[in-house]
Design a protein around this ligand. Structure first.
Ligand code: SER
Length: 316
């Protein structure tokens, strides 16, 4: 890949992925595409930034032509909780946005498209422990519906048009740089800020809610490793399970208490409880391990120590 466009570059993953890709490929070779939110100075000063909305194919085309882009990473998405509040917007951004990008990839013969999927493709009928790669995909959220359709669409473009489309089912992503927005797993980030700032947190899911999670350095590694994998070694394309750690909110709170002994959590579950309950506890990522060598580095203890250190440095 010579020139990469990251659509959705101002979000939780996009903002850090752009910096990682600029470190690997050079600042000028990674174009950050964003919509409304103002990009950080770090993003603006390290390479090109362009206004580029996934739902506006002409804007994406203009950027592709201007920079002779040969790969697009589509990080633009409406997450699960916002998706339930605004299903039409979720469909528009996640499906129409992806469709335009895949069509542009076909039209301009791009070398690669990477589009993340999510554990939200699973639903209440899916086995919850060590969820297999191939299993029931009957999500009950609009976000999940768009992610299943996105996986199928990606694989269709591989088969039908020979476009190199890749994707992985991110678990909840925990990070300290940019806040997540509108997801169900957002509590696993918010809890750290509240613990450091106020020593207490009111959680919107129950104490025994268990979900698969991943720390940002592993998320970046998974994304870049999949991008760089040899296409010929891939049997799957748009739907790799990737696991790292799984814990309940209670277990996370106990780990935080090792650093902040007086930390207190209370629980006031809202509509997001039902979403969390429809997702697995843990996933089987054998396919990712076998096909492109996936191996996570961070578990609960290492992630918690690092998060607290980074957030203390940021807010105190
Ligand atoms: N973090 C996402 C969400 O909560 C799951 O992919 O919506």
């Amino acid at each position: 890949m010579k020139k990469i466009l990251v659509v959705g570059s101002v979000g939780q993953i996009g903002s850090e992925l752009v910096m990682e890709l600029r470190r690997i490929y050079g600042g000028e070779n990674v174009v950050a595409g964003g919509r409304k939110t103002a990009p950080s100075a770090t993003l603006l000063n390290s390479g090109p930034f362009e206004i580029c909305d996934a739902t506006d194919p002409d804007a994406v085309r203009r950027v592709v032509e201007k920079y002779e882009i040969d790969a697009i990473i589509n990080m633009a998405a409406i997450l699960s909780a916002t998706g339930e509040q605004n299903p039409a917007l979720c469909w528009d951004v996640n499906i129409n946005g992806l469709y335009h990008i895949l069509e542009i990839a076909r039209e301009y013969k791009l070398k690669q498209v990477l589009v993340p999927s999510s554990i939200a493709v699973f639903g209440p009928e899916t086995p919850t422990v060590n969820t297999p790669q191939e299993t029931v995909l009957k999500p009950t959220t609009m976000y999940g519906v768009t992610k299943v359709a996105g996986e199928l669409l990606g694989d269709y473009y591989v088969r039908r048009f020979g476009v190199d489309v890749r994707g992985l089912r991110y678990p909840g992503i925990i990070s300290s740089e940019t806040l997540p927005g509108g997801g169900t797993t957002d509590y696993a980030v918010a809890i750290f800020y509240e613990a450091v700032k106020h020593g207490k947190y009111t959680c919107f899911v129950k104490e025994d809610t268990k979900l698969p999670m991943m720390y940002m350095p592993d998320c970046l590694k998974a994304t870049v490793d999949l991008m760089q994998a040899d296409f010929n070694t891939l049997k799957h394309h748009s739907d790799f399970n990737v696991g790292a750690m799984s814990f309940t909110v209670g277990e996370l709170a106990a780990e935080i208490k090792k650093h902040i002994p007086n930390f207190h959590v209370q629980y006031e579950p809202d509509f997001r409880q039902k979403i969390a309950d429809s997702w697995p506890d843990s996933v089987d990522d054998t396919a990712a391990r076998e096909e492109w060598g996936w191996k996570p580095s961070f578990g609960l203890a290492e992630m918690t120590a690092d998060m607290i250190e980074k957030i203390r440095a940021k807010v105190l």
